[in-house]
Design a binder for this molecule. Structure first.
Ligand SMILES: NC(=O)c1ccc[n+]([C@@H]2O[C@H](COP(=O)([O-])OP(=O)(O)OC[C@H]3O[C@@H](n4cnc5c(N)ncnc54)[C@H](O)[C@@H]3O)[C@@H](O)[C@H]2O)c1
Length: 334
């Protein structure tokens, strides 16, 4: 079977990780590396000997042997570059979020449909075995009815100028929430603040309510002493956590909750039972994500994080951003 030939555009912080994974995948050839920075191209030439280099996308789009382009460029470029790539007849993997507005995200989805090409969004956590385990637990009914979920994505992280903590960090959590919930929220509220760089929120607190009654809270920050990458899911039967910072036991299930006391009407007793951690495959999620893109191209099946799911994530981020911008809540002083 012929190799799927890939070009990676955007070789800043994240792009080289994608290039490394595609270069290492069987049945895949890293053919082009593209970036406007000469330094980034020089690094790529050292790391990937024999790869073709380009300062912009034109040579990639004009290469009839190139099958797909992977975009790890800044977020404001995502939608327009993805559309260019798809209109050139190439499959497209675009880093998260798909676009800065739902309208632009939908245009990218349309371009993919018109071109008959795969559009996949880099919602990496959807390929994490820990998130998959959490989803299996939720779908299998082991947690019971899911009451509420909260996510903590905190760090003293990369201080970005072209996206705030909601779009940069929250894109991950919103994609996981939508995956777990299987429905879209009906209410979205956010509050945040820009302490370091004016106009770019570095800490954001979000609250989402879903039609089933599921409630979700996200604490997103790149201005925090703790490094946390954690989800907590509280169900009617059991509770579970996914802690990506844990070396072992990334997913833990707690048999905790309240049981109705059979002896007294309307009384409850605390249940604090067994705690267990399912075994997870030790594979780099980014490798699984890259493999999934290649499989989608080969099989013609829509990827798990396809354009439509990318639109749903952007729609939620947009609603949260509207709430963040409103800042209307005043506290009456006595
Ligand atoms: N999945 C993840 O966990 C994860 C982690 C980090 C970043 N990201 C995503 O990756 C993307 C890039 O983030 P980053 O931190 O690497 O940014 P970055 O600023 O470090 O790198 C962006 C690179 O793109 C290049 N570039 C800009 N416009 C270009 C164009 N038109 N053509 C070719 N190259 C161009 C820049 O020269 C730069 O080298 C963002 O969408 C971000 O959200 C994802």
């Amino acid at each position: 079977m012929a190799s799927v030939r890939i070009g990676v555009a955007g070789l800043g912080y994240w792009g080289p990780n994608l290039a490394r994974n595609f270069a290492a995948l069987p049945g895949c050839e890293l053919r082009w590396c593209c970036d406007g920075s000469e330094e980034a191209l020089a690094q790529a030439a050292l790391r990937f000997p024999g790869v073709k280099l380009a300062a912009d996308l034109r040579p990639l789009l004009g290469d009839p042997e190139l099958d797909a382009v992977v975009l790890a460029t800044p977020v404001p470029t995502h939608a327009s570059l993805a559309i260019e790539v798809l209109r050139a007849g190439k499959h497209c993997f675009v880093e998260k979020p798909l676009a800065q507005s739902a309208a632009d995200a939908e245009r990218a989805v349309q371009a993919a449909a018109q071109a008959g090409r795969v559009l996949m969004v880099g919602h990496l956590l959807e390929y994490h075995p820990g998130v998959q385990a959490l989803k299996d637990l939720a779908d299998g009914g082991e947690l019971g009815e899911i009451y509420y979920v909260y996510g903590n994505r905190l760090n003293l992280g990369k201080l970005r100028a072209d996206e705030n903590a909601l779009w940069s960090l929250g894109a991950h959590d919103v994609s996981v929430l939508l995956l777990l919930a299987g429905e879209e929220p009906v209410e979205a509220v956010a509050q945040g603040a820009s302490y370091v760089r004016a106009g770019v929120e570095d800490v954001v607190f979000c609250l989402l309510r879903f039609p089933s009654g599921l409630l979700a809270h996200l604490h997103l920050s790149w201005l925090d002493p703790h490094k946390e990458r954690r989800f907590t899911v509280v169900g009617s039967r059991q509770m579970a956590t996914f802690d990506d910072m844990a070396l072992e036991g990334k997913v833990t299930v707690y048999d905790k909750g309240f049981d109705e006391d059979a002896r007294g009407y309307g009384e409850y007793i605390t249940r604090s039972g067994a705690i267990f951690s399912p075994r997870l495959p030790n594979v780099e999620p980014l490798r699984l994500e890259c493999e999934h893109f290649i499989d989608s191209i080969r099989n013609g099946r829509p990827p798990r994080s396809d354009g439509a799911s990318g639109v749903r994530v952007v729609r939620v981020l947009e609603a949260l951003q509207r709430s963040l911008d409103a800042r209307t809540h005043e506290v009456a002083r006595g």
